[in-house]
Design a protein around this ligand. Sequence first.
Ligand code: NDP
Length: 282
Amino acid sequence: MPDSHLQPIVCCLGQPVAGNPTQFMIERAFTAAGLDWRYLTLEVAPHDLAAAIAGMRALGFRGGNITIPHKVSVIEHLDGLSQAAELMGAVNCINREGDQLLGENTDGKGFVQSLREQTDPDGKQVVMFGAGGAARAIAVELGLAGADRITLVNRSEQRGRDLVDLLSTKVEVTAELVVWEGDYQIPEGTDLVINATSIGLGDLEARVPVDVDTLTTDTVVADVVFNPPQTRFLREASDCGCRTIDGLGMLVNQGVIGFHVWTDIDADAAVMREALEEYLEL
Ligand code: NDP
């Protein structure tokens, strides 16, 4: 059970862009669970991060989310890290245990939980576009969940190489890098294709450079972009007969996981998805 001496307050520290859908979603889940709790979105500049974390401790907050630009720099202010956060070198969720603040990363876990509604990552051949923060979180969790092989396709070679090295040496999953040039041809036998780039964010017509004719009806296709959730990439994959997973599922599930970390209660994922759709006016 959460420590009853703590305030029923969870916060999001960072630079929330265009409001904070997570705040809307989590507060709706608190209400649905009958909890008189608060989720505060607090804009914190980089030079104030140490003071903000000290403030969380002093004020007895139960935990929080950490967003851009603090996901890496917050680590030095915490008392410990989960295995996934340690491997990724990034924290997006803080759990308070007694007087300890512990860093977790729920982005990749949220993706895997959403994926499991369609397929189990164990033994799968994966192609992933992107090597930024979202890609890093997802690739590490897919490796920990038993994916057989991860092919990273990224525009910038160095960023892709860094992630492949992490996957090969620390997660011990077979990984290779393809530097992205022109339309990528999906290799035969690929089970799962993920767009983990920001292509499609806020742009219904943005095109992920992929030869969609190389997708097969057996391929599951996922996109991390949640606004708009029906990206051009997912629409094209769906037209090819693929099963698709949108970015809202990842966002909802990382929220469900965070909610459980802070409250020890299972949140109602349907209520949370409905809240997000309302917030995003879908
Ligand atoms: P980063 O900036 O860390 O990484 C962006 C990635 O996209 C890089 O690999 C970059 O390639 C690639 N990229 C961007 N534009 C292009 C382009 N035109 N052509 C090819 N590659 C491109 O961002 P994040 O990883 O933090 O976020 C990525 C997306 O994931 C965002 O849309 C974000 O909203 C979403 N997201 C969704 C979540 C959810 O819960 N659904 C959670 C977290 C993020 P390069 O290395 O070459 O620059």
